[in-house]
Design a protein around this ligand. Sequence first.
Ligand code: BV8
Ligand code: ZN
Length: 246
Amino acid sequence: MTQPPRNRETIEHIQPLVAFTGAGISAESGVPTFRGEGGLWEQRRAQDLATPSAFARDPQLVWRFYRWRRNVIGGCLPNAAHRLLAEMEQRLEDFTLITQNVDGLHESAGSQNILHLHGSLWRLRCTRCAARWEGRDSLREDTLPRCPECSSLARPDVVWFGEPLELQLLADAQRAAARCRTMLVIGTSALVQPAAQLPMLAKSNSAQVIELNVDRTPLTAHADYSIQGPATITLKKWWDALQNQA
Ligand code: BV8
Ligand code: ZN
């Protein structure tokens, strides 16, 4: 249900505002979520393929998985929730977008300052040297992509399960969570660590944590309140209610 923002929240009072997004915000764009019914590929779970050991064991299989995701997601467009977050970035003085997603839909919607905790599906990096490059075109089916600098095997520039997040990125996200007055948690199952700690960090620093999700999650009981429903509807409801308070 949508509760009116607490004690006549206005645009000034909700800032610093952090929006923290997961795969659910891209669901209405047609992007399979990790744990939803679309999250399987050839009967394998994403989290079993998004690991260094899966890549070491069978790089061809893992690249087939990422090629499939790039082909599926390459045809997806940002939805109204992505676009509204980009508008909020323009309208608000103190707004930070933190995403777990690797689909690039926040940039396509016009968001500029994004903390990408888990990397990007559209970037590749070398398994040997420090080279990183954009590779938006769909990868050739028959060969494994190689580094343009040293010709070593390339990998997707994402954070796999069992790999640490980039320290500076995580520190920036933790700082934004610790100093915010409001955190919108949009479309995440709040299961993947250390990202899932961010709403609790915000809460421990007296922020108002608002969950926007179609289901309950482990965060629901800790959120100040939840707005159940698809992100394109619930985010607009929250934003419109806030405007009407002004
Ligand atoms: C690390 C990039 C340490 C790859 C991703 C046991 C307990 C606790 C932790 C662990 C544990 N065992 C292992 C761990 C650690 C592990 C972890 O958390 N595992 C989980 C599964 C238990 N974490 C890690 O491995 C992390 N690294 O811990 O390193 C370390 C330190 C030093 C040295 C070495 C190691 C790395 C985690 C990053 C993994 N990479 N992505 C790729 O994409 O290919 S995470 C992946 O999951 C995606 O990024 C995704 O965004 C993310 C989280 O999932 P969600 O976004 O929440 O998506 P999900 O499908 O789960 O949920 C969708 C939600 O949306 C649902 O709630 C649904 O109801 C809702 N929804 C659906 N439709 C809508 C909607 N909401 C609104 N509107 C809608 N229309
Ligand atoms: Zn290289």
